[in-house]
Design a protein around this ligand. Structure first.
Ligand SMILES: [Zn+2]
Length: 373
């Protein structure tokens, strides 16, 4: 359960512009809210390959005048980055829980949640929504389906006023199969200075639903500074007030840290994108050999290395390869081209021959140099 925070916690701002250089982020690591004394695996169910459908509930989400202050598309884009990107890779220590896939974004504007709605209201809505919309994937045997239900601003679950909860994950039966869901109240914005906001709450419920979907999975025990014992918290609860403003799939947003027993810390894995040079100096003999045998192509001279992103998430960064500039680029006979042409496409099996024949370059061979085949 995500408790709303009036505590500022410890924020880190990591977001940066979308370029290869600034994507090279360090993971976020922060201290937990209290002293964690033990992480216990109760050996019950975990969701290792979660499939996430997001249901924006209420006419608010499809209204155009005014449009929602933060659109469902923006939220879905951030959720996609959390589910399919590096964020969940730190969960592999918990029996192999890892990133998942997205099943789609759905808007239910045929009903409105009422303020003070309950868990059973959410289950009733989901059940009716499945029955009325054949395109919405239902809970199914062999699948770990998790439904995130997002309500309009000002419409809060009954637990919100009772215990200050902004979100909670649960399970429900549908047609004899167990599905999982969370509700998320639209409290806070994208970049709050407290541990708050729809993306933050979603990230909290996501990691807890995967590591403890039915209350028999990974749990945390600890001790508050005043000595009060904490028993059977879930992994995001120990880090409820720990967050960072990060770039997730192109959305700058407030994301919740979760407890990593392996790191003994609250973490947000962010993945890495780095630019590698295999070899950047070549002797005359190597150059001559490349000209003679490979049409002057140096395949794989530079590489963009991607750690912990799915291809879908990576493509959303739209990392471009700049057109070479400067004196080197304008040398007659030299061309530099990306292969594959589009980041994330499969690498070509053989180097793409892009050089003109030496005879076409206009370069004159130094006198006395043998004419090589
Ligand atoms: Zn929680």
């Amino acid at each position: 359960m995500k408790r709303r925070s009036r505590n500022t916690g410890r924020a880190l701002t990591i977001a940066g512009p979308k370029s290869a250089e600034t994507l090279r982020n360090a993971d976020v690591t922060q201290r937990p809210d209290y002293t964690v004394t033990e992480t216990v695996d109760h050996r019950g169910r975990v969701l290792t390959n979660v499939e996430v459908a997001v249901i924006f509930w209420g006419r608010y989400w499809s209204s155009t005048s005014p449009a929602p202050s933060i659109s469902s598309d923006t939220y879905y884009q951030a959720f996609t980055g959390l589910v399919t990107g590096p964020y969940m890779t730190g969960l592999s220590q918990y029996r192999g829980v890892g990133p998942g896939i997205m099943l789609g974004k759905f808007t239910n504007d045929s009903s409105d949640p009422s303020n003070g709605y309950s868990d059973s209201d959410v289950v009733d809505m989901l059940t009716a929504f499945f029955q009325d919309n054949a395109s919405v994937p239902t809970p199914a045997t062999g699948h770990q389906r998790f439904y995130a239900v997002i309500t309009p601003p000002g419409i809060n679950n009954s637990l919100n006023s009772l215990s200050g909860a902004g979100g909670q994950h649960q399970r429900f039966p549908y047609d004899g199969v167990t599905g999982y869901y969370c509700w998320v109240d639209s409290v806070g914005g994208l970049t709050d200075s407290v541990s708050d906001g729809v993306v933050n709450i979603f990230s909290h419920e996501l990691v807890e639903a995967c590591t403890d979907p039915v209350g028999t999975g990974i749990m945390v025990n600890g001790r508050q500074t005043d000595g009060t014992k904490v028993h059977n918290d879930e992994i995001a609860d120990a880090c409820n007030n720990e967050f960072a403003i990060v770039d997730i799939n192109g959305v700058t947003c407030n994301v919740q840290c979760y407890w990593s027993d392996a790191d003994k810390a609250c973490i947000i894995p962010l993945g890495r994108l780095s630019f590698l040079t295999e070899k950047n100096t070549f002797g005359q003999g190597e150059v001559q050999l490349a000209v003679n045998t490979g049409n002057g192509v140096f395949p794989g001279a530079f590489r963009l290395a991607l750690d912990d992103f799915s291809l879908d998430t990576f493509r959303s960064f739209n990392v471009g390869i700049p057109t070479p500039a400067g004196p080197f680029a304008s040398l007659p006979g030299v061309t530099i081209s990306p292969s594959p042409a589009r980041p994330g496409d499969p690498a070509p099996a053989v180097p793409v021959p892009v050089c003109d024949a030496p005879a076409d370059t206009g370069l004159s061979r130094p006198a006395g140099q043998p004419n090589t085949p």
